[in-house]
Design a protein. Structure first.
Length: 119
């Protein structure tokens, strides 16, 4: 199945379920394991997080459930927001590193006169 085969959702991008400020479930539309696993990893590193996990209810549904429980009265939504900011910073660093490596490769390739067409 290709990404364009999945129909985009028409509802809200994020739904917040739960009434406790320290234990929430977020339903994220049009997200999958790419965001889920990375966000779970960043959340698990936070000292205030007691539990975090995510699930994809069914492959034909374009949504992800993210469950976060915090300790010490720390609001779960605040921790999720911080984790998203941290994840964006990590992605930015990876992008800069990747772009620098590609530029370095291109420079070395140009200095060597390029590669043979048949290689």
């Amino acid at each position: 199945m290709e990404p364009e085969d999945v129909l985009p959702t028409t509802g809200p991008k994020v739904q917040i379920l739960g009434t406790s400020p320290t234990c929430v479930t977020l339903v994220l539309a049009d997200e999958d394991h790419t965001l889920g696993n990375a966000l779970r990893y960043v959340l698990a590193k936070k000292s205030a997080v007691q539990f975090c996990g995510y699930s994809i209810p069914h492959p034909s549904e374009a949504k992800m459930n993210l469950r976060v429980q915090t300790a010490g009265g720390v609001p779960a939504l605040r921790v999720v927001r911080e984790a998203l900011v941290d994840l964006m910073a990590m992605a930015g660093t990876m992008r800069k590193t990747f772009d620098a490596a590609v530029a370095d490769f291109d420079d070395r390739r140009a200095a060597e006169g390029g590669m043979d067409e048949g290689a």
